[in-house]
Design a protein around this ligand. Structure first.
Ligand code: PGA
Length: 251
């Protein structure tokens, strides 16, 4: 059966010393409990090696927030999937709405990134989600379906099964405006149906679909109680160990 997962997405926050301190705090708090979910932190590239040094990878997974769409070579400033994997990280967030919006990521580039992640043994946390206008004009479901179909449905069932999906309505990210648990459940159930149509019910049932967008300790319990919400991708609330753990323990 699918896993429950809480993953932090630190985005472009914390210096290396601050990030190491935060990772240590999360690691310590996790050591004291037996969480009912997998716990992951996705951190800036510069933080991967030093953070990997201070966490217990048995209890806390480590991921990057992006990787390049080329394997290696003359791509100044880019960081490859192989480089990410060589730090000890085992996850990578791909297709975050901020990457799509500000850095022009398309389904075509994301296909390359997913392939390179797999080649290097990284598990993609693949983000999808509509913008406010699409929610309001009733196209949210079509938009999300198209994001999945265009970037992922060329994969074999075996490869697709390795993906973690994160539904993040763009209008809820960093805005304090969470999707209601019913809105999240409605979209997650729809996504699972789309997967079932393509890969069959078993693959769909085994896919973890996380919710992201202003998820906090105060709303995580209600969101995670929904049958198709398998956890969260946490931005702002992951920057404080106490609030991140408040979400982890919502399961
Ligand atoms: P937020 O970000 O929790 O700060 O809304 C979530 C995300 O973008 O992954």
């Amino acid at each position: 059966m699918r896993k429950n997962i809480v993953a932090g997405n630190w985005k472009m926050n914390t210096t290396v010393p601050e990030g190491v301190t935060l990772a240590k705090e999360v690691n310590e708090k996790l050591a004291a409990i037996t969480p009912k979910c997998d716990v992951i932190i996705c951190v800036p590239f510069t933080h991967l090696c030093p953070v990997n040094e201070v966490i217990n990878s048995e209890k806390l997974g480590l991921g990057a927030e992006n990787c390049a769409d080329h394997a290696k070579g003359a791509y100044t400033g880019e960081v490859s999937a192989a480089m990410v994997a060589s730090t000890g990280a085992t996850y990578v967030i791909l297709g975050h709405s901020e990457r799509r919006q500000y850095y022009g990521e398309t389904s075509e580039t994301l296909k390359e990134k997913v392939a390179l992640a797999f080649e290097n043994g990284l598990t993609p946390i693949f983000c999808i989600g509509e913008v406010l206008e699409e929610r309001e004009n009733g196209t949210a479901f079509d938009v999300v379906k198209k994001q999945i179909v265009d970037a992922l449905f060329h994969l074999s069932a075996e490869d697709f099964s390795k993906i973690i999906l994160a539904y993040e309505p763009v209008w809820a990210i960093g805005t304090g405006k969470t999707a209601t648990d019913d809105q999240a459940e409605e979209m997650h159930a729809f996504i699972r149906g789309v997967i079932a149509e393509k890969y069959g019910q078993e693959v769909a049932d085994n896919t973890s679909i996380l919710y992201g967008g202003s998820c906090k300790p105060g709303n995580a319990k209600a969101l995670f109680a929904k049958p198709n919400v398998d956890g969260g991708l946490i931005g702002g609330a992951a920057l404080d160990a106490e609030s991140f753990m408040g979400i982890v323990t919502a399961f």
